[in-house]
Design a protein around this ligand. Structure first.
Ligand code: AP5
Ligand code: MG
Ligand code: ZN
Length: 215
């Protein structure tokens, strides 16, 4: 099962990916998570990505394509994978097609989680996540039992630096300009499935499950 999870910043890609991978054991490949890890570790790639991410801009295609190509070539991706936040430009989508050709597989579904812009801003600006186990919460929609503390491991809950309102709005603009054209790209190929993401997470997941069952 080779899947792409698409949707604007805050749509719930990460949230749904966590549930999907519990039901279908495929590696979850989030380019955003990979970049944040590289920034934290201070690698050369992290240093390159940091300034773009802080400004809410996309990291250049050649950097992003390189890390995904490397990741998809690893053996755990042979039985399938779940891409989250990649591709985000037409150039990235074309590069992914080339990679799939080389690996001898194909993308079966691009699942788009659609959510209105103002809801997205509420979701991103209220998000906090555990510094230790990475579990994601929302201060209003999915609060931890004790503010600032992870329910699962007691770790400290932090806000992402690109979730400040100004940067969150910039990310949304960048999404509309550079990423939303991809919906047409996958629609033309007959593999786009759009889902109403402005509902409870378990309702969104039920629709995703229906799509996956039909593949
Ligand atoms: P990335 O990390 O991919 O961020 P994003 O696309 O902006 O998406 P988010 O992670 O913010 O949102 P999400 O859809 O995962 O939502 P979540 O489930 O957390 O990318 C970050 C940056 O990295 C980019 O800006 C760019 O610089 C760079 N980058 C990454 N990939 C790149 C690429 N391919 N090319 C170039 N650059 C790239 O949910 C959000 C919040 O809402 C949470 O608090 C959650 O609890 C809550 N929530 C979720 N679902 C629901 C629901 N149904 N109801 C109520 N609340 C909900
Ligand atoms: Mg995410
Ligand atoms: Zn935790």
């Amino acid at each position: 099962m080779n899947l792409i999870l698409m949707g604007p910043p805050g749509a719930g890609k990460g949230t749904q990916a966590d549930t999907i991978k519990a039901a279908y054991p495929v590696p979850h490949i989030s380019t955003g998570d990979m970049f944040r890890e590289a920034v934290q570790q201070g690698t050369a790639m992290g240093l390159k990505a940091k300034s773009y991410m802080e400004q809410g801009q996309l990291v250049p295609d050649e950097v992003t394509i390189g890390i995904v190509e490397e990741r998809l070539a690893q053996s755990d991706c042979q039985q399938g994978f779940l891409l989250d936040g990649f591709p985000r430009t037409i150039v990235q989508a074309e590069a992914l097609d080339q990679v799939m050709k080389k690996l001898g597989g194909r993308i079966e579904a691009a699942i788009n989680i659609a959510v209105p812009d103002e809801v997205l801003i509420q979701r991103t600006t209220g998000r906090v996540s555990c510094a230790a186990c990475k579990t994601v919460y929302h201060t209003v929609f999915n609060p931890p039992a004790q503010a600032g503390v992870c329910d699962k491991c007691g770790g400290k809950l932090l806000q992402r630096s690109d979730d400040q309102e100004e940067t969150a709005r910039r990310r949304l603009e960048v999404y509309h300009q550079q990423t939303s054209p991809l919906l047409g790209y996958y629609q033309q190929r007959g593999i786009l499935y759009s889902i109403d993401g402005d509902r409870a997470a378990n309702q969104v997941f039920a629709d995703i499950q229906e799509v996956l069952a039909g593949l």
